[in-house]
Design a protein around this ligand. Structure first.
Ligand code: NAP
Length: 259
């Protein structure tokens, strides 16, 4: 129960890695607030989580994390409902394939906003709440951490995802800046960079046998990863076990980069 009496917010928690992370955090004692744009997905995920516990531990807040007003409403809700925040998982993200020369300015902005600006906005508004809590008496000594979900693509260029690769490289860099800023108040900030993972985001690609074979060939462990294999690492980075770790990126790519 590494997160007993902790409050956690997970963005993009209606599916994939975010949902697996919310489940894992709540299994280990956290109260979790699931954030995403689609209410139905959040309701399904929270019902699945709550079915594992004698009393409800998951709540939902539908919001678009690229819109500052909605993120401010989220921060207000967290303050009113929970008064404090210990764990923030900035996981919402998404991609779309196109070569740089074919990318519209609108698509560039959309991918930058959902993957990078969202981390800035949510960290800014919820980070203030975490900072306030960190400065308050006994509660102040509780483990507090932010984990940002970056990507293998933030380490290695992708010819068909220039907007996504550059946004995720930005997440890795932003993580380090925020870690420096928040170290003084005892909030750790790290990122986790998944390789190729089976989730709704990669569903279409995984229908293509040739594509799957090429991933297997290029990955040392010769397979695609599972959402739980990423949520395990995110949960570790958020936990008190990682108490001396801040400003770093954990690459979880099945050995893609070493091949
Ligand atoms: P996913 O199942 O599609 O999860 C992404 C979640 O983000 C969705 O639940 C989506 O829900 C939410 N989201 C998207 N835009 C949002 C917005 N503007 N505001 C609020 N929520 C938003 O895919 P996933 O693979 O688990 O992705 C999770 C994270 O892992 C992403 O940051 C992704 O870039 C990263 N990642 C994934 C892989 C992989 O291979 N799967 C590899 C590297 C990195 P709504 O549409 O309902 O809002």
């Amino acid at each position: 129960m590494r997160f007993s009496q902790s409050i956690a917010v997970v963005t993009g928690a209606g599916s994939g890695i975010g949902k697996a992370t919310a489940m894992r955090l709540s299994d280990e004692g956290a109260k979790v607030l699931l954030v995403g744009r689609t209410k139905g997905k959040l309701e399904e995920a929270s019902a699945e989580i709550n079915a594992r516990h004698p009393i409800p531990v998951a709540d939902i807040f539908p919001a678009d994390v690229t819109v500052e007003e909605e993120v401010m409403e989220l921060a207000k809700y967290v303050k009113e409902q929970y008064r404090d925040l210990h764990i923030l998982i900035n996981n919402a993200g998404g991609s779309k394939s196109s070569k740089l020369l074919d990318t519209s300015a609108a698509d560039w902005d959309m991918i930058q906003h959902v993957n990078l600006k969202s981390v800035f906005l949510v960290s800014k508004h919820l980070g203030k709440l975490m900072e306030e809590g960190a400065g308050s008496g006994n509660e102040g000594s509780r483990n507090r951490a932010i984990v940002n979900v970056a990507s293998l693509s933030g380490h290695q260029a992708g010819a068909f995802i220039p907007h996504y690769s550059s946004a995720k490289a930005g997440v890795i860099s932003l993580t380090k800046s925020l870690a420096l800023e928040l170290a003084a108040v005892g909030i750790r900030v790290n990122s986790v960079s998944p390789g190729f993972i089976e989730t709704p985001l990669t569903e279409d690609g995984l229908q293509n046998e040739k594509f799957v074979k090429s991933i297997q060939r290029n990955t040392a462990l010769e397979r695609v990863g599972k959402a739980e294999e990423i949520s395990n690492v995110i949960t570790f980075a958020a936990s008190p076990e990682a108490s001396y770790m801040t400003g770093t990126d954990l690459l979880v790519d099945g050995g893609w980069l070493i091949k």
